[in-house]
Design a binder for this molecule. Structure first.
Ligand code: HEC
Ligand code: HEC
Length: 455
């Protein structure tokens, strides 16, 4: 069986990989050059989110914190990694969540910049976080700044609540922010100008940043096209109220994009059976490389997309949920973003580069599968599952999060436990499809798993 899959014929000549429908290729598009060192510094210290809680209030409530990473300077040296200080247009020093709220994650106890935060909790009402702050003592101008921030958080809060800890509402969040902004001027209005997204958040698992070194598009459905630096700064939509301010941030994001492309994935920290991994490589190249490419010396990433009809994973995100809905694509095209970049939704998913895949559990675009072992053998995927959210609770054999089978979401009365259940029967949370590992022999699957640890 193995000999067949690795593509050796009786006479020893190379066989072609298994045939399949021709896959579309996403072409590379020109990107503006940038300086990666300046980009890391701007990402960690730049004021690209310019509304927030007045810093004096933040300091009083939380006190100095450890940033947990090198390279934080000035005010940021005493803020946690997921918060940054900035100066608002009114000249008030404010503190707000930054990119690392979603894009810095822990694995095996270690904080990694660029790894998706698989434990970020968006199940609560974000508005409650700011509601109390109005009663705290602050100056008149600080109060004005606090109100500006509170308005925005209240506007987006109903559209950013997930059912489960760990999945991310960023796509719905972006859609809600577009609803409240004029595309031409970027001016904010508390009343939405275009219809808001449905409050039912489509769950998304945050992808690791190091994939951008290979990818020609952004996002799971390849919906982010054209200039990547411009798209990446979309998180500033929360606070950026003028085109001039957006332009100033955009000028720095060419550096941020350049930095993202230099990030190396973390290495598997435990032992690997190299002989088994070598067998797995052959099975992988015969079964998986058509979509995911090859790795190591001379490795090639083909930048394909796979139609829903072939991949069969949960379709909701690719079918135009949240920011990929027609009214938001139209908003984007007419806005500052549309000058150099495009949102191009399609009913496809990108087979991602698998570098550092071991560290990025849970798997698939919605994070519905806790381990690679379960991804490769679809009948073993748990329908409802839970985990401890301790990043050291890692299953080295199954390659992913240690999980236990749970009851359906609706059957758990305790909210703290319920929000820790991943229920694959919920809208957008499905764990079906991607059955390419199912036909492998168990030994072949074990070999592929060993190989995936080395990427
Ligand atoms: C609220 C959480 C959140 C914040 C804040 C956030 N992101 Fe993301 N980011 C996501 C999610 C979720 C996705 C995947 C969305 C999708 O593909 O549909 C994503 C996708 C990306 C991608 C594309 C990765 C890929 O493989 O296609 C890049 C690059 C990126 N974000 C950069 C940034 C930068 C830079 C910032 C800060 C300016 C930022 N993000 C802020 C959640 C967030
Ligand atoms: C026909 C193309 C195709 C083939 C063949 C294929 N994959 Fe995939 N793979 C995809 C696509 C598309 C996705 C993204 C699906 C999604 O997120 O809904 C994916 C996702 C994955 C993921 C999850 C990535 C993540 O970030 O969660 C892993 C791991 C993976 N594939 C491994 C494999 C392995 C191993 C094989 C061979 C046994 C394989 N794939 C064969 C297209 C393919």
């Amino acid at each position: 069986m193995l000999a067949f899959l690795v593509g050796c014929t009786d006479d020893g000549s190379e066989m072609q990989p298994p045939p399949g429908p021709q896959l579309e290729v996403i072409p590379a598009e020109p990107q503006r050059a940038g300086d990666p060192v300046a980009g890391r510094d701007y990402l960690l210290n730049g004021g690209y989110i310019t509304c927030g809680i007045p810093k004096s209030v933040f300091d009083r409530v939380f006190g100095p914190q450890s940033p947990g990473i090198d390279g934080r300077t000035g005010d940021n040296a005493t803020l946690p990694i997921n918060f940054s200080a900035a100066t608002s247009a009114e000249g008030v020093r404010v503190v707000s969540a930054n990119c690392m709220q979603c894009h810095a994650g822990r694995i095996n106890g270690q904080l990694i910049l660029g790894l998706g935060a698989a434990d970020a909790d968006f199940t609560g009402d974000q508005a409650q976080l700011v509601n109390g702050a109005g009663n705290l003592q602050m100056s008149a101008i600080e109060k004005q700044e606090m109100n500006r921030f509170t308005d925005r958080i209240r506007a987006i809060a109903p559209y950013t609540r997930t059912l489960t800890v760990g999945v991310n509402p960023a796509d719905n969040l972006t859609a809600a922010l577009m609803s409240h902004r004029d595309p031409a001027t970027l001016a904010w209005s508390n009343t939405p100008a275009i219809e808001l997204p449905p409050p039912l958040v489509v769950p998304v698992d945050v992808p690791p940043w190091w994939r951008m070194a290979k990818k020609h598009s952004m996002f799971y459905s390849a919906g982010g096209r054209g200039d990547h630096a411009r798209i990446m700064m979309a998180a500033s939509l929360l606070c950026t109220d003028t085109v001039a301010e957006a332009q100033a941030i955009d000028a720095k994001f060419t550096d941020v994009r350049a930095y993202l492309e230099t990030i190396q994935p973390p290495k598997w920290p435990w032992a690997v059976d190299t002989a088994l991994a070598a067998e797995g490589k052959q099975v992988f190249e015969a079964t998986c490389s058509r979509c995911h490419g090859t790795y190591g010396e001379g490795g090639q990433y083909p930048n394909h997309v796979v139609p829903l009809a072939e991949i069969e994973t949960d379709p909701i995100l690719a079918q135009g949920a949240s920011q990929f809905g027609p009214r938001y694509v139209d908003w984007f095209a007419k806005s500052f973003w549309g000058q150099v970049s495009r949102l191009e939704p399609a009913e496809v998913y990108v087979p991602p580069p698998l570098d550092g895949i071991w560290a990025t559990a849970p798997f698939l675009h919605n994070g519905s599968v806790p381990t690679l072992a379960a991804l490769l053998d679809s009948k073993t995927r748990p329908r409802q599952w839970t985990r401890t959210f301790d990043s050291a609770d890692y299953d080295q054999a199954a390659v992913g999060w240690t999980f236990t089978v749970a009851v359906p979401h609706a059957m758990e009365p305790d909210e703290a436990k319920r929000t820790r259940i991943y229920d694959t029967t919920k809208f957008g949370y499905g764990n079906q499809g991607h059955t390419f590992g199912d036909a492998l022999e168990p030994e072949e699957r074990t070999a592929v798993l060993e190989y995936l640890k080395t990427l």
